[in-house]
Ligand binder design. Structure first.
Ligand SMILES: Nc1ncnc2c1ncn2[C@@H]1O[C@H](COP(=O)(O)OP(=O)(O)O)[C@@H](O)[C@H]1O
Ligand SMILES: [Mg+2]
Length: 237
């Protein structure tokens, strides 16, 4: 299998604080991989470094064979890397439809954009019902759907998701995870960061466990679900 994303020796520092202490990870083309870990483990810092929002203190990031370190964010997006950040970041005063269209701003294929808009409405029925509503009036779960839909409108090669289940009701969490699985089944490469380990391990193919800025464990998601250490530390068993 070929790696779409390959990270080695990644370090992220905030002044004297070492949030990420030299991690290696890879995500193969078409894989759904999860990065789990407790609050403060360094997951968001890792994603921000991958998305070009933080400059790594050390390490290599290769995406589709190209080095990403130091590449400006707009160029990373053009290269096909889309981050759906923690807290979602939709444009509250724009409508659902306008937010989705914003996701396609780098594209020039008008017909493809319209087709993808319809695809998003098929994926997220709720967004279709609310397409003319201002994004700021949506529930948290609906805003999460919109943020994912907006990222997909850019036709990325890879989706980076930071805790999409955060703060959502169980039914909404199931709906969002279902969509992430569907998108992955259709061939999208996904790195899913989650604090909700059970949920993430049930959805993903492979997993990395992060602790104190390091990867402490990695295996197939199934093996993690069966591992006594992972069960004790992350699944409350
Ligand atoms: N902007 C920042 N300035 C200083 N320290 C930070 C900043 N952001 C995160 N940290 C610290 O880095 C560590 C990892 O944080 P983070 O990457 O947000 O973890 P996670 O997403 O796994 O909860 C934590 O100790 C956190 O306090
Ligand atoms: Mg985080």
């Amino acid at each position: 299998m070929s790696a779409l994303l390959e990270v080695s020796g990644l370090e992220v520092h905030y002044g004297g604080i070492q949030a990420v202490k030299g991690i290696d990870l890879r995500v193969n083309q078409g894989e759904l991989v999860t990065l789990i870990g407790a609050n403060g483990a360094g997951k968001t810092s890792t994603l921000k470094a991958l998305a070009g929002l933080l400059r790594p203190a050390a390490g290599q990031i290769r995406f589709a064979g190209q080095s990403l370190v130091g590449m400006p964010v707009h160029q990373l997006i053009r290269n096909g890397l889309a981050l759906v950040p923690e807290g979602r970041g939709v444009f509250p005063r724009l409508t659902v439809a306008e937010n989705l269209m914003m996701g396609a701003y780098v594209r020039r294929d008008a017909d493809g954009i319209i087709a993808d808009l319809e695809r998003m409405y098929g994926l997220f029925e709720r967004l279709h019902e609310r397409r003319e509503q201002k994004a700021g009036t949506l529930s948290g779960g609906e805003q999460q759907m919109l943020a994912i839909g907006r990222a997909l409108m850019g036709r990325p090669r890879m989706l980076l998701l930071d805790e999409p289940s955060m703060g959502l009701a169980p039914l909404m969490v199931q709906k969002i995870i279902g969509v992430i699985r569907q998108v992955a089944n259709e061939g999208m490469t996904v790195l899913l960061v989650e604090q909700n380990a059970r949920l993430a391990l049930q959805a993903a193919e492979r997993a990395y466990v992060m602790e104190g800025g390091r990867i402490s464990f990695e295996d197939t998601a199934q093996a993690c679900l069966n591992d006594p250490r992972v069960r004790a530390a992350y699944l409350g068993e």
